[in-house]
Design a protein. Structure first.
Ligand SMILES: [Zn+2]
Ligand SMILES: [Zn+2]
Length: 85
């Protein structure tokens, strides 16, 4: 039942450098990371659909950290999020 032949090659995300062995994983990644503007929380690995949502999340979950590091920027184009396989 081997339909897909990857021949040791992996599928590369067209938007970043991630490699995935399965198209479904790649698709999920693209949807999560690159489609619909996701706003990453600077304090944890969660992403949110809106700036408002991430702010509310930070206010609720990261109150303490917020005191410490007030200056975080939205320039999150470097991808440091753990890969979702
Ligand atoms: Zn990607
Ligand atoms: Zn968070």
């Amino acid at each position: 039942m081997q339909i897909f032949l990857f021949a040791g090659r992996k599928l590369k995300c067209p938007f970043c450098e991630r490699l995935y062995g399965y198209e479904t994983n790649l698709r999920a990644h693209v949807r999560q990371r690159h489609q619909g503007i996701r706003v990453p929380c600077p304090y944890c690995s969660r992403t949110f659909t809106r700036n408002n949502t991430v702010r509310r999340h930070i206010a609720r979950e990261h109150k303490d950290e917020l005191e410490d590091t007030k200056m975080f920027e939205q320039s999150n184009h470097s991808d440091t999020v753990p890969r979702c396989q």
